[in-house]
Design a protein around this ligand. Sequence first.
Ligand SMILES: *Cc1c(COP(=O)(O)O)cnc(C)c1O
Length: 483
Amino acid sequence: MSGGRGTAAAFRPPSVDRILGWPALAGLIAEHGRPVVLQSVRDELAARRAPAASPAASLAATAPESPRTPDDEAADIAQAVVRRVDSLMTDTLRPVHNLTGTVLHTNLGRAPLPREAIEAISRVAAGAANVEFDLDTGRRGERDDPVAQWLCRLTGAPAAAVVNNNAAAVVLLLNALALRKEVIVSRGELIELGGSFRLPDIMARAGCRLREVGTTNRTHLSDFAQAIGPRTALIMKVHASNYRIDGFTTQPDERELADLAHAHGIPFVIDLGSGTLTDLTRLGLPAEPTPAQALAQGADLVTFSGDKLLGGPQAGMLVGRADLIDRVRRNPLKRAMRCDKLTLAALAAVLRLYSDPDRLVQRVPALRQLARPPEPIEALARRVAPVLGGWLGERATVSVAPMLSQIGSGSLPVDRLPSFGLRIEPTGARRSAGRALDALAAQLRRLPTPVIGRVGDGALWLDLRCLEDEAGFTALFEPPPAP
Ligand SMILES: *Cc1c(COP(=O)(O)O)cnc(C)c1O
């Protein structure tokens, strides 16, 4: 290797083959195989060849001004390759501590699964399972049947189907029941759910024509009645899950809409969004309509999510009239939206837990965290505050503070749950407080189990409502901080 000393521009790296033969990389090749190491060597050399184009591209850590020997360069390259391979070969999807104060956080994977669901997943994950195979007859079975039977039992619906998420359930329902026809929806319910899921766009993609009626704040039964025509396929109601319109408002109730639809021989469908299967007020939470109630009020089909208030895996449920479920199941899109065996196993396990409402709170983590009273959260905050305070040392002050959690995922958007947590405020100049705060939040995200809080009002807030693994959490902060 020539020109290594101090002349970065003249640096000519060893060949890829020579680098792959270095003893420093032998362990890496043994562990991960040659192709990924080879690619990482190529990536690293490419990054070194074009330092100006992407100054941060090389993962080398050594300061460039120091006098360099070929051995230095080699060690440097080997280290960078190890880092590249490590970052490629570790899980990118990792467990985190959700201390954001939003329990059902879409960006953090929504509901934590009950132990029973995790065990059900692991029982079927490794091998074959009777996903579409009837063990009694030895013939082909219906994929949805075991879950559908539980959904019927718990909601009183005559029939049910399940797909990958509730957005899919809505698309499928519209396409199966209203293709090239009109669907009447109140203007006050034309919602966007985030992630570019807007009901009017979804309607168009599902092949239906949206017929908006009424105004943002007030829609009357007569608005619906006047809109019904020969091309009307459905009346649809979308539960106000992620917003609330207060003040001078009116919407016809479900019963009236159902009666109107039925008088014209068309179905009335409700997208409930969250759709809990239990009475949340029994857990001290705000009331939320259940699919059973929606059906009792005359809805012909109801859709809801698996990983919101239900506390299960990501899934979309459709429950209601058997003839409509049949059309949904026969729609070709159903095949594109079907659940895999892991989801079906987890969902069935979660639904079984609902057969015993008295033990739900202990067994379903999402409900347990939502129902957690502020007192034990405060006690937890007082126990962990000194641990975090010790770790942060002079960099920040930690105090125990009351806060308000939210349910999340658009469920019960206005209601807040009294909680407790840690308020972390960086010490030092006010001028640089914003940067210090971001640095602190980033440091917590780099922990072996990343800790995700919320930045606001000049502090980093860690709401401890969802912290159940206290020992695992405090262990993150046990060694003294690096100086
Ligand atoms: C959350 C929600 C959806 C989408 O459900 P996913 O399971 O996230 O796909 C649809 N409609 C309403 C009203 C919702 O609240």
